[in-house]
Every structure is written in structure tokens, then in C-alpha cells.
Design a protein around this ligand. Structure first.
Ligand code: ATP
Length: 288
């Protein structure tokens, strides 16, 4: 990790609403280095997806902007792949064809047909989905579909991987498995990752930095916590590690003491984890 790879400078974001202009983000400043894994955490509606959408080029900041490798971001691009919570696969295409679509888009001119085929299979193998290459999204589980979504994003060789609650809708076991796979993949590929999460343990386990956002409107970066835990990280060993516990408490303190939501928390836009009822109380408490 060395110089700044991605930079948000003085970003404001206002939305026009029937009641007038709504300032969602106020002066977001963030410098991210190549290969850093950064999590965005904050209460519902604070503006995390808006930040991600600005980096993805899906939204234009009202003031300030985003620069990637010295180039201003003002449109979506294959070097910034997005993984959404609900994977967004094309239901009429097979698993293989879903990944192929992305690979065609990026490598049609630079890879031969055979190279593209090998590359698609390689990425499906990375997420342990090669065995289901000929299945359609309707024939596989949510966790499997999410793995295909990740394979599709990785197959574009993005320098930045943007993930909006990628594991939020999955049961606890599948989530743990995918978190471990993501750590392995990121170690090999050294992508920069920005991930939105509501899960404090997930943020501490995966991240090099946790960006904690203040409550909206006019949300901004509240705290920027560096997670200096050696890698590879093992969730079982870390559970009792005093440094891990300290980081976890820092995030919880920010969310529940410094940024306590006084009004009723807005309903989540997305479904709750499938196995939430089976989770231990402590794990549930650590979800924003
Ligand atoms: N297109 C839009 N028009 C008007 N307001 C918007 C628009 N998009 C987002 N907002 C508002 O901006 C604020 C931030 O929304 P955003 O979706 O970024 O929050 P979030 O932190 O990702 O929320 P959650 O955790 O619930 O997904 C919210 O108050 C939301 O209602």
C-alpha cells in the first residue's frame, strides 16, 4: 500500500425532494490507498449507499468529487465493479453466462475466446461455483447467487470493488464462509474494497479501516478507525483477542453512544438475514 488510489474531496450531496432540497452528505473527505479494505458503517439512512454510488459513478456529487488514480469519476466504469446485496443476476442467463456478460463487456477485444472461457471458469472456481455453471439463478440458493455476483464483479478485474451490504441477506454460516473467501481473494488480488455493512463484527474482521458516518441529514465522516490486526485473520481466535474486542467496542460506542439515534430507526430497505432468529444475542446486538 502506498499512495492515494481513490480520493473523495469536499463531497456534498443534495437531493431534490417535494419538500425542497435535502442535504444527505456534507463535506465527505476520504483518502484510500491501493489495496485497502475500507468499511462504511453508520445508522440506516445516513448516506452510505450515496457515498458508494458516487464512487461507482452512478450519482454525481453536488459539490466536490471523486478521483480515482488521478482521473475524475463521473460515470460508471468496469474498473469499479459493484456487488449489491441482492446480487442482481440476469434470471434468464445461466451462472456461466452471467459472468460471461461482464467478461465480454471488458475483455472482448483483449482476450481470445478461449482465454475468456478460462477466465470465466477461473472466477467461478474462486467462489466455488464452477459446479453450478449451467444452472440459472432461480435454481441456486441466495448464498450461491451472491457468490456468482462476486465472481462476476471479480471477473472484470476491477481495481476497486464496491460492495453494498454484500452478505446482509445471508444466513450466518454462509456469511462467515463468504467473508473468509473474500479475505483470501482480496489477499491474492490486492483490490481496493469499499464495503457497506451493518455488522460490527464483519467490519472489524475484514477491514483495514472502518469509516463511521454520523447520522443524517448532512452526514459526514465521524470517525476513521484503523484496524491493525495481523492477517490472515481467524474469526474464532479473534473473538477473545483483546485488540479485536477493543476495536469492536470503539465502533459500538460510536454507534450507540456518540451517534445514538433518538428517533425511531427507519425500516431497513433490505431483508433481514434469513437466519437472524438463530443468531446468538451478542451477534444480533452488533448489527446496526
Ligand atoms: N434519490 C433520492 N432522492 C431523495 N432522497 C434520497 C435519494 N437517495 C437517498 N436519499 C436520502 O438520502 C439519505 C441517505 O440515503 P442512503 O440510501 O445513502 O443511506 P444509507 O446509509 O445507505 O441507508 P441504509 O443503511 O438504510 O441502506 C436518506 O435520508 C435517503 O432518504
Amino acid at each position: 500500500m502506498s499512495k492515494t488510489h481513490l480520493e473523495l474531496t469536499g463531497v456534498d450531496m443534495s437531493f431534490d425532494t417535494p419538500k425542497g432540497s435535502f442535504l444527505a452528505l456534507d463535506n465527505i473527505n476520504l483518502k484510500i490507498k491501493k489495496g485497502e479494505f475500507v468499511s462504511l458503517i453508520g445508522h440506516s439512512g445516513c448516506g452510505k449507499s450515496t457515498v458508494l454510488n458516487i464512487v461507482a459513478g452512478l450519482l454525481q456529487a453536488t459539490r466536490g468529487g471523486c478521483v480515482l488514480d488521478g482521473h475524475e469519476v463521473n460515470a460508471p466504469g468496469p474498473e469499479r465493479a459493484v456487488v449489491f446485496q441482492n446480487h442482481a443476476l440476469m434470471p434468464w442467463l445461466t451462472v456461466y453466462e452471467n459472468v460471461e456478460l461482464a467478461v465480454q463487456q471488458v475483455f472482448r477485444k483483449t482476450m481470445t475466446k478461449q482465454q475468456r472461457k478460462d477466465w470465466i471458469n477461473h472466477n467461478l472456481e474462486l467462489v466455488n461455483m464452477a459446479h453450478a455453471a449451467s444452472k440459472r439463478p432461480g435454481e441456486i440458493s441466495g448464498g450461491m447467487a451472491q457468490r456468482v455476483g462476486i465472481a462476476r464483479a471479480l471477473a472484470m478485474k476491477p481495481s476497486v470493488l464496491l460492495m453494498d451490504e454484500p452478505f446482509g441477506a445471508l444466513d450466518a454460516l454462509t456469511r462467515a464462509h463468504l467473508q473468509d473467501s473474500l479475505m483470501d481473494i482480496q489477499k491474492d488480488l490486492n483490490n481496493t474494497v469499499i464495503m457497506i455493512t451493518h455488522d460490527v463484527d464483519e467490519a472489524v474482521l475484514l477491514s483495514d479501516r472502518i469509516i463511521m458516518m454520523t447520522n443524517g441529514p448532512a452526514a459526514t465522516v465521524g470517525e476513521d478507525l484503523r484496524i491493525e490486526l495481523p492477517r490472515p485473520r481467524n474469526r474464532v481466535e479473534l473473538a477473545d483477542d483483546p485488540t479485536y474486542v477493543h476495536y469492536r467496542q470503539e465502533v459500538l460506542k460510536f454507534l450507540y453512544e456518540k451517534q445514538r439515534k433518538l428517533e425511531t430507526i427507519a425500516p431497513r430497505r433490505s431483508p433481514q438475514p434469513a437466519a437472524a432468529d438463530e443468531e446468538p444475542e451478542a451477534a444480533r446486538a452488533a448489527r446496526v
